[in-house]
Design a protein around this ligand. Structure first.
Ligand SMILES: *Cc1c(COP(=O)(O)O)cnc(C)c1O
Length: 386
């Protein structure tokens, strides 16, 4: 008898998400409309910020943030190599140059100590990524940004519900961008949200997200029946659909419970895997932060066993796992276009070599958690494999 497969991740969707989608379909209004407006207002209340703009991806939100800040040709933007390619690509799309700063091995986030030496007269912004859901050291990053007159755009794709010094991520930088991709802590299928406390920037991000049109789409086709509009800049097409916003409103209500369950699983992993501490390291935490446990990456940094052999061992026993992330500077495109090469960012390479993300999501049962833990013990007890 084979064990059922434990997926690496799975979104938690209930009858309620299904029923609100049905209602949106019955209403006949599928694109950006009342559900997007409701989702934005509930999200900004949850975060504790002034403005929230719902989009069809986090990538789009990062792109619009850069454009709204007039970042482009001739400019440089600093980010981390330990991220999804979206963070690097959006910089390239604007015509600006991506500049990488290595991670701090104690947090896996961009090392604030190394940021200043990467700043040039062309630097316009810092894009920190809250890796795995652990917030970056925002006080230090904001201080550097202030002294050098740089914008801060946070890639918070992992960090919905995380807190830095008792404040939710989403209130620190000029703009913060969340992802609702199905693997993230809450989902809309595809989607994202930008938060900011700057009214002018919020307005400009909205324009960039929808063709530069000076009216909301539902004002145009809604009750007012007005066909007139102006185009004030060459904006993109990143607006969120009302179908997805309706799902997001339900997911947002469930988010704290989702994150509480993730945290419970993380605590179990930490306490019950203690016996493996001679082989592995646990993911970093900070005493001044609340982690939302988007990921639970372990490091195989004290063993001769490889990360590849662990992934294979887990897979053979019907357990999914993953690697976050292949550092940006190891991809062909980034090496060819920006001249980066292996060895350029040694801290992230050391982490990358040994890192494996274990399954962690609200739908994981206690029996699943038991099986993951037992299998890890069996892996390290096996001496014959490598
Ligand atoms: C998922 C992810 C993104 C992209 O989010 P989308 O909503 O899919 O555009 C960006 N950055 C990081 C770090 C991510 O993990």
């Amino acid at each position: 008898m084979t064990d059922p497969f434990i997926q690496f991740c799975r979104a938690s969707l209930s009858e309620e998400e299904a029923s609100v989608v049905e209602k949106v379909i019955e209403s006949g209004w599928l694109t950006t409309g009342p559900n997007v407006a409701g989702f934005e207002s509930e999200f900004k209340e949850y975060i504790g910020c002034e403005h929230a703009i719902a989009l069809n991806s986090c990538t789009g939100g990062l792109h619009c943030s850069l454009s709204a800040l007039d970042i482009g040709e001739g400019d440089e933007v600093i980010t981390t190599p330990l991220t999804f390619v979206a963070t690097g690509h959006v910089i390239v799309w604007t015509g600006a140059k991506p500049v990488l700063v290595d991670i701090d091995p104690n947090t896996f986030n961009i090392d604030p100590q190394k940021i200043e030496s990467a700043i040039t007269p062309r630097t316009k912004a810092i894009m920190p990524v809250h890796f795995a859901g652990l917030p970056c050291d925002m006080d230090r990053i904001l201080d550097i940004a202030k002294r050098h007159n740089l914008a801060v755009i946070e890639d918070a794709a992992h960090a919905v519900g995380s807190e830095y010094k008792n404040k939710r991520v989403g209130t620190f930088g000029d703009s913060t961008v969340f992802s609702f991709y199905p693997t993230k802590n809450m989902t809309t299928g595809e989607g994202g949200m930008v938060t900011t406390n700057n009214a002018k920037l919020a307005e400009r991000i909205r324009k960039f997200a929808f063709f530069g049109i000076n009216k909301e789409v539902w004002e145009r086709y809604g009750k007012k029946q007005s066909w007139q509009y102006d185009i004030i800049l060459p904006g993109y097409k990143y607006n969120m659909s009302d179908v997805l916003a309706a799902i997001g409103r339900v997911q947002l209500k469930r988010l704290d419970a989702f994150n509480a369950r993730r945290s419970e699983i993380a605590e179990e992993f930490k306490s019950r895997l203690k016996g493996l501490e001679e082989h592995i390291s646990f993911p970093p935490e900070r005493a001044d932060c609340k982690h939302n446990w988007h990921l639970f990456p372990i490091l195989l940094d004290k063993t001769s066993k490889t990360r590849e052999s662990l992934i294979e061992f887990l897979g053979e026993r019907q357990i999914g796992s993953s690697v976050h992330f292949i550092p940006l500077h190891l991809f062909s495109y980034y090496q060819d276009a920006w001249g980066w090469k292996p060895g350029d960012f040694p801290e992230v390479e050391k982490v990358f070599k040994n890192i494996v993300s274990l399954p962690i999501y609200p739908g994981l049962s206690s029996a699943d958690v038991d099986r993951i833990i037992d299998t890890l013990f069996r892996f390290f007890e096996t001496t014959s494999r490598d």
